[in-house]
Write a protein that binds this ligand. Structure first.
Ligand code: PLP
Length: 451
């Protein structure tokens, strides 16, 4: 069959498609697999319990057997749950959820939002597809000349899911990090990535006006890094100076799911595009993303929603609305989700230190998200090769080379020396998986005598 250029671009094998295939195969396999790859959130009892209760309450509202209009819902003559399944929302997204979010954000932050500042998408991945194509790719400048603009990732490594979203080619510029040795809970053997502002501010693409937006995930997938408030404020200043938006991917950030252990604050202004998701609170299947931005951006996203989806899905919105209205989503994040992952990170770090403490393992300081990022300095094989060996032995991780959109990884050794491991698995899987990683990595170093 003959596919268009667009078709060819979106059907070629990519880092993310390989990852998704391996995860899918592992879930189908009858062999036990230590699943430390992938980005699925953990099953947390208190979280599932609350979602189940909320779901049941929606069901008993007659979600599927009565019909009402959005106007009736707004007037209080039909419940949101009833209307939400039986009508499309407008392309901006479920109005009741958007109103609940406006109230929620204005209660917790001094952002002074209105409904014109929020749009919903089918997951935040869908939001990045829109935003990166809105701000990256071919532009026409004031002289009517065509100019190609990129999305600037100020700190590589970054989220694998960004890499292939452009409809035509790849439009990223990225800056390699400063790598600082740091301690964690008083222990050595950790590092932290920091933005190299000198390199960033001298980047030809930025200086010459070939950047369309700046974007970072905070906490960062894959590293668990949390850019400091100072780094964020410098990025916000640079974005304003160059008149491009600063996109903050808050999939793991505050106030929900709040998987963030360092001292950090969240700011928003009209030059910032904040992206939230219901996935990491435990609802990846409902595919609900939330964008907080200036009305102009919200209106563009709504138009794209209309073309691509007619309207975004309403199920996640219906489920989350009551939790957002009375702040239970925040309480759940603070009291169940965040402590769970912090405990998981501590367990995984302890197991890794026990397995590889005498070897050249350095761990990115765990500051948030649901991953640990491990650096095996001078490992005698690439981590893509390590990934294959571990897969053979029934343990799945993700090799680092996929997490450098915008970087020529062929000329950057560090990009082949790290792995991302998920900490969302149960404790036994962490124990078994880390044992396999430890055995394999020790053997590789021992054979090469570079220990
Ligand atoms: C940093 C980051 N951003 C965005 C996403 C996309 O999430 P979703 O589309 O489920 O909202 C993920 C998923 O793993 C992620 O890790």
């Amino acid at each position: 069959m003959n596919f268009s250029k667009f078709g060819q671009k979106f059907t070629q094998p990519t880092g993310i498609s390989q990852l998704m295939d391996d995860l899918g195969d592992a879930l189908k396999s009858d062999q036990p697999v230590n699943m430390l790859g992938g980005g699925n959130p953990a099953r947390i009892e208190a979280v599932n319990e609350l979602f189940l209760q909320t779901y049941q309450a929606l069901g008993s509202d007659g979600i599927f057997d009565k019909k009402g209009s959005d106007k009736e819902a707004a007037d209080g003559t039909a419940s949101t749950a009833i209307t939400s399944m039986s009508n499309y929302s407008n392309p901006q997204g479920d109005a009741a959820f958007i109103d609940a979010l406006v109230g929620f954000f204005n209660r917790h932050y001094d952002w002074n939002l209105s409904a014109d500042n929020i749009a919903l998408t089918n997951g935040s991945q869908n939001a990045f597809f829109y935003l990166f194509n809105l701000f990256g790719g071919a532009f026409t400048d004031e002289q009517n000349q065509s100019i190609d603009k990129s999305i600037l990732l100020p700190l590589a490594p970054e989220y694998i899911g960004y890499s292939d979203v452009h409809v035509d080619g790849q439009h990223f510029a990225a800056v390699l990090p400063h790598i600082d040795e740091v301690t964690h809970d008083g222990e050595a053997g950790f590092f932290k990535y920091r933005v190299d502002f000198e390199a960033l501010e001298n980047l030809p693409a930025l200086v010459e006006g070939r950047i369309g937006a700046i974007c970072c995930s905070r906490p960062t997938n894959p590293t668990g890094n949390v850019l400091t408030d100072e780094e964020m404020s410098r990025l916000a200043d640079i974005a304003k100076r160059y008149e491009v938006p600063l996109i903050i991917d808050n999939a793991y950030g505050m106030p929900f799911p709040n998987i963030i252990y360092s001292d950090a604050h969240l700011n928003w202004d009209t030059n910032t595009i904040l992206c939230f998701s219901l996935s990491k609170i435990g609802l990846p299947g409902v595919r609900t993303g939330i964008i907080v931005a200036a009305p102009e951006v919200i209106s563009a996203v709504s138009s794209m929603n209309a073309v691509v989806n007619l309207a975004p899905t309403r199920f996640g919105a219906a489920l989350a609305t009551p939790l957002v209205k009375d702040d239970r989503i925040k309480q759940l994040s603070d009291e169940a989700i965040k402590p769970f992952y912090q405990q998981q990170a501590n367990t995984a770090v302890r197991l890794l230190k026990e397995a590889l403490g005498d070897y050249p393992l350095s761990i990115h300081k765990p500051e948030g998200a649901i991953f640990l990022w491990l650096w095996f300095k001078d490992l005698p094989v690439t981590t893509l090769e390590l990934y294959e060996i571990l897969k053979e032995k029934g343990t799945l991780i993700v090799p680092s080379q996929y997490f450098f959109p915008g970087i020529d990884v062929d000329n950057y050794k560090h990009a082949h020396e790290c792995i991302r491991m998920s900490i969302a698995a149960d404790e036994q899987t962490l124990i078994d998986g880390i044992k396999v990683i430890g055995d394999v990595v020790r053997e590789l170093y021992d054979k090469s005598l570079v220990k």
